[in-house]
Ligand binder design. Sequence first.
Ligand SMILES: NC(=O)c1ccc[n+]([C@@H]2O[C@H](COP(=O)([O-])OP(=O)(O)OC[C@H]3O[C@@H](n4cnc5c(N)ncnc54)[C@H](OP(=O)(O)O)[C@@H]3O)[C@@H](O)[C@H]2O)c1
Length: 440
Amino acid sequence: MSQPLRLGIAGLGTVGTGLVELLRAHGPRLGINTGRSLQIAGVSARDRAKKRAVSLEGITWFDAPERLAADPSIDVFVELIGGDGIAKTAVEAALSAGKHVVTANKALLAAHGYELAKLAEKNGVALNFEAAAAGGIPVIKTLREALAANQIRRVYGILNGTCNFILTQMQKEHRSFAEVLAEAQAMGYAEADPSFDIGGFDTAHKLTLLTSLAFGTRVALDEIDVEGIETISQADIEAADDLGFRIKLLGVALMTESGIEQRVHPAMVPQHSAIAEVSGVTNCVAIDGDFVGNLLLAGPGAGAKATASAVASDILDISRGDTPLPFGVPAAKLKPYKRARLGQHQGAYYVRLSVYDRPGAMARIAGRMGEQEVSLESIVQRRPRGARPGIDARLAPGLPTPVILITHETTEAAIRAALDAIHKDGEVSEKPQMIRIEPL
Ligand SMILES: NC(=O)c1ccc[n+]([C@@H]2O[C@H](COP(=O)([O-])OP(=O)(O)OC[C@H]3O[C@@H](n4cnc5c(N)ncnc54)[C@H](OP(=O)(O)O)[C@@H]3O)[C@@H](O)[C@H]2O)c1
């Protein structure tokens, strides 16, 4: 057997301890399979005295991750700290010292992926990040290797378990966004400050890596249109149900004639589609390639074991001597990102209006749509589910009535202009709700 592959693991939290556990459980078998044993040569975290779920006896401790990163005793630096502070310094130190890097850090790659890929290439080492986009779902290698021969047309998915859990519970249990968010926090599925997840930013970080792999472009986090799920109400969930849709927070990257659309937003997907069935904290990624057609990968997008599984697969590639280019093509060949303006987005839309019960209100609304050449597939005035006339206060005369519109295909610029005008006309009691219908 050849020399062991010596690992330096920085970060011993959820993923780091999961990886140590995996290496303890399967390391000997993996060493035999690849012909190279795996050895944890050094570890680093913030607090040496902290009690860990795994024993670190006999492993050299480093107070500073950047020292571990460049230490002669390791071959691979495994960065499981997170963020782009000390993690970035340490990853740069490792790459510059000629060490292979494995990381699960989407924030780091979304902000600095291009520069780090160049640095890895310059030093002839790997920068592997299978765990960074969808946790345990092997989507990076799928895009970079298994589908490399295809022209990818669209990649999209449910990339945030917290949001999918909240939307699923709202739909199944008919509860409000705020109630379900509180439950998700109590169950540990949502952070105390949930804004990064529910605002769509976590999905945006992951999406930008998939976009780069799918279209061979430089990572472009600033070029994403991001909307979160905070405005989704029970009224939208119920209307979606009645219309044959489910609401999902999607990250979508789509190649168009005018550039790439990268967008994160709640979307209506048909109830009968496979993606509508992806519920709870489960994630999925759908890929549409010109020769392979449509693929859907679904599974755990987070968690100690699932994420460790992805990190370990990156380590095994290095152990086998397989060190692919980070984004599948030389960094110099990654094209500058060309953004398609969201205003040019073509699609059908769901709109929910709270319309004052006044003569002519609906005619004026239809007129505003007509001015923008937005044609309507359906208009439904719907009372809240279970509300009984004469009894339920929500149906008292004079209160605004929910009206649901489904448009035919139009442009985003047109529907936005129509809704702005409707809002300004004062026929509605609140800002119109608009949700894109994603064709699947
Ligand atoms: N959790 C998941 O399911 C998941 C899934 C996919 C990807 N990821 C990514 O994996 C990475 C790690 O996530 P995690 O959930 O394992 O995080 P975590 O549980 O918060 O663990 C972070 C670790 O980094 C250490 N650390 C923090 N600041 C440090 C510093 N200045 N110097 C040295 N060590 C420092 C912490 O040390 P102490 O333990 O001493 O405090 C801790 O061991 C992140 O990039 C995350 O985005 C996580």
